[in-house]
Design a binder for this molecule. Structure first.
Ligand code: G6P
Length: 768
């Protein structure tokens, strides 16, 4: 102790006994939790056994009475289809085996287990009682339940069920680990607090606190960020470490971080390797005919596509989409299908052909002039025309027909994507009643009042409620959806379960924040960051010391591209030191150009860039470089890697995957992300510089802070962002959704089986 300073010694005097007491408490609590969990799990298993037997009791009794062993055995096999029931046997009153599922373990047979279920009754007869015990079978724990088979006041024998307990053991193990972990966290937090209180006197601590609060109230946003960084860096780092260790803990329990391999394994385990059907308007590979007559493949600029494509590579199955390329028809087989990705074929696209009128009404009209502005709070007035609505209905019907044709069985899993297909889930439900349908809405869902602007709002809600699950990126959008259902439909809403029951069918409403593949497969073919930077600067004739900003978007009025350029202008006005040194490159992929609003935006952005260049350009220096053309994903990644900052300024966005792609591209752990608060991504990427893109003072201040940020701080922020995106990647998004779907399907199959069991019971059995 002599080696420690007095304040450390006094801190240790508190911390050591505290740790000892918490250690004892942790040990005691683990024992209690362990015993309770074990009792719960075993009771759960007993209840399952009783439920299985009572559900099938009448059927078993009928077959026992009729002596029809074949049907009796078939019924037992049906019961044993439940993953956790390993074997079932029926014994007569004289403890002879009447029927058993194949491989029923001899150790638990009628002659061994039966006597324990019998005891002498007062009248010299035999009384029966249920018996339960746990036993080891082939290295795993099982529970054996022998339940008397009662029928019309008579005992006909025993039903012996052997159930798997390994899942209960696994759950118990996790519960134990989490209890210990929780205590470890409390112990760590308690010791740190004790240590701090003793180390700094209370007065000094409160003075520090007051100083910090003064600073955070009065300082501009960039200074606030810096202050937050310095004052709370250790605390933030601790919290992150804890989150990371919890994530690792959970991964170890669940099977490692999410990857294509884990997604594949999940599909094999839960869906028995069956492929899924995705329905999305935009196809991932578009075949275009070049002017020289050759055919080339184009990759669309679509966040939805960049997220779902790696998932489909991992899952296989079919993607049903509008065939929009000029050479699309020339490349499909006679069923309108084509295997992709070119050269690495692992799934199929089924192309649906639309007439120009249908495309105009369904895609440009209802989807993009109606629903798109309706759902984004960007003050763009939606336009609703009856003709567009009719096309929208017809095209949804057509996709339903094609999807039904693609279904591999009676209960396929179908993932319906985005606002182009709000009616499709109900149409599919009518065609394939037992399908598990997940509708994922990639854009925001507005508040109930705004949603009511659409003349067909009730039809859209009913259409979506044909799904088993409706997914959004954020809880806020789930809440808006539930509010809209509450307001416009006669449906029952269960806020606790987050579900809607309409006409007797339940639809779950869940947030699944979408993400990007991790690690990005593009990185393997791209040069190192320094080389990407050199190439990009050279291609634009920029000197090596240039500070480079990038923006990557479809030319869409929700993306805030004009506001972004105005923020660059404001930066150059307020911070003249960046004139001549800072260049912002905007990649703007033309999009939906048949819609006047989009064409007008292209012109406005062009005009803004020109004006800023005239104002601040000098010699060969142009502060804004605008590329109004489509860039393939490799080219986009090169820009991400070359940049000092990336600015995502959406005025409203469901998620925004450019932000996550930028993070995934920066394996050098440098570069700063400026992110609009009005994106779904802002709720997750806390280490980005978050801005209100309408507030040009705040946005230009943040830009200046990003350009002046030290490499260390960039590294710290980028590492944290990368750790988050690595963990919450697109495989996790898809995996969670598909596991939920598989569970729902399993539950429905079980319900069906019980109903079928009840059905056989109702059937008149052969006479005695
Ligand atoms: C948004 C939509 C996607 C769409 C993408 C590109 O991200 O949510 O469904 O694919 O924009 O738009 P486009 O109309 O070209 O498919």
């Amino acid at each position: 102790m002599a080696v420690f300073s007095p304040s450390v010694r006094s801190a240790l005097r508190f911390a050591v006994p505290l740790l000892a007491v918490l250690g004892l408490l942790a040990w005691g609590a683990t024992m209690v939790v362990d015993a309770t969990a074990q009792a719960w799990f075993e009771r759960d298993v007993s209840l399952r056994a009783q439920l299985a037997v009572s559900g099938a009791r009448e059927g078993i009794a009928a077959h026992v009475r009729s002596g029809d062993r074949r049907r009796l055995r078939a019924l037992l096999e049906d019961i044993a289809r439940d993953d956790r029931i390993l074997a079932v046997e029926v014994c007569s009153t004289s403890l002879a085996t009447l029927a058993a599922t194949p491989g029923f373990p001899e150790d638990f047979g009628c002659a061994r287990v039966g006597p324990q279920a019998q005891r002498a009754s007062g009248e010299g007869g035999v009384a029966w009682r249920p018996v339960e015990r746990t036993a080891h079978l082939r290295g795993g724990r099982t529970q054996v339940s022998a339940l008397p088979l009662e029928d019309r006041g008579e005992t006909l024998g025993l039903v012996v069920l052997v159930q798997d307990l390994s899942w209960a053991d696994r759950r118990q193990g996790s519960t134990r680990q989490f209890t210990l972990l929780a205590f470890a966290l409390v112990a760590a937090a308690g010791s740190v607090a004790t240590f701090l209180v003793a180390r700094f006197s209370w007065r000094r601590w409160t003075a520090e606190m007051r100083r910090f609060l003064r600073l955070s109230r009065s300082a501009p946003p960039d200074a606030r960020d810096g202050a937050r960084g310095k004052e709370f860096q250790p605390l933030l780092a601790d919290v992150r470490d804890l989150v990371a260790s919890l994530a690792q803990e959970r991964d170890a329990l669940e099977g490692g971080p999410w990857s294509p391999e884990r997604l594949r394994q999940t599909l094999t385990r839960h869906l028995h390797g069956e492929g899924v059907i995705v329905v999305a308007n935009r196809e991932p590979y578009i075949h275009e005919r070049a002017p020289d007559g050759s055919i080339r493949v184009a990759y669309p600029a679509s966040g939805l596509v960049s997220a779902l494509e790696p998932v489909m590579r991992a899952c296989s199955g079919t993607w049903v989409a509008h065939g929009s390329g000029s050479a699309d028809r020339a490349t499909v087989d006679r069923h309108d299908r084509i295997r992709v990705p070119p050269g690495e074929e692992s799934y199929a696209i089924h192309r649906v052909w639309l007439s120009p009128e249908e495309e105009q009404g369904y895609y440009y009209g209802f989807a993009n002039e109606g629903l798109w502005p309706l759902c984004h709070v960007v003050h763009a007035r939606p336009t609703f025309r009856i003709g567009d609505w009719e096309h929208y209905q017809r095209v949804n019907e057509r996709f339903a027909e094609v999807t039904q044709g693609e279904a591999p069985g009676m209960d396929p899993i179908v993932l319906v994507q985005d606002y182009h297909f709000a009616l499709l889930p109900r149409m599919l439900r009518e065609r394939i009643p037992r399908a598990t349908i997940i509708a994922f809405w990639h854009i925001p869902w507005p508040n109930a009042e705004s949603f009511g602007i659409c003349p067909w709002h009730r039809d859209l809600l009913r259409g979506l409620l044909g799904s088993s699950v409706v997914g959004f990126h954020t809880q806020a959008h789930c809440n808006n959806f539930l509010d809209a259902v509450d307001r416009y439909l006669e449906a029952r809403i269960d806020r606790e379960r987050q579900s809607v029951v309409l006409e007797g069918r339940e639809t779950l409403v869940r947030p699944y924040p979408i993400s990007v593949e991790w690690p990005s497969h593009r990185l393997a073919s791209l040069p190192p960051v320094a080389e990407c930077r050199r190439q990009v600067l050279e291609e634009h004739g920029l000197p090596p010391q240039t500070l480079l900003g990038v923006g990557v978007d479809r030319l869409d009025y929700t993306k805030g591209i004009e506001e972004r350029l105005l923020a660059v202008e404001r930066l150059l006005e307020r911070f003249p030191e960046y004139r001549g040194r800072f260049t912002f490159v905007q990649l703007a992929a033309p999009s939906r150009t048949a819609i006047p609003r989009y064409r007008a935006l292209g012109e406005a952005v062009e005009a803004a860039a020109e004006r800023i260049n005239q104002r601040f350009g000098a010699g060969s220096y142009r502060p804004v470089i605008l590329h109004r053309e489509h860039h393939g994903p490799d080219s986009v990644f090169r820009y991400y890697r070359a940049a000092d900052l990336c600015y995502v300024s959406s005025l409203h966005d469901g998620m925004n995957l450019v932000a996550k792609e930028f993070v995934s591209a920066r394996d050098d752990e440098k570069g700063v992300l400026l992110l609009s608060r009005f994106t779904g991504a802002a709720r997750e990427l806390a280490e980005a510089l978050l801005v209100n893109p309408y507030d040009l003072e705040e946005a230009s201040t943040a830009m200046a802070a990003a350009l002046a940020m030290s490499k260390e701080e960039q590294g710290e922020r980028m590492r944290a962002l990368r750790a988050y995106v690595a963990e919450f990647n697109v495989y996790r998004w898809a995996g969670r959704m598909l596991v939920d779907a598989a569970r729902l399907r399993q539950r429905e199959r079980l319900t069906d089986r019980l109903a079928i069991g009840q059905g056989t019971l109702l059937e008149p059995g052969p006479g005695p």
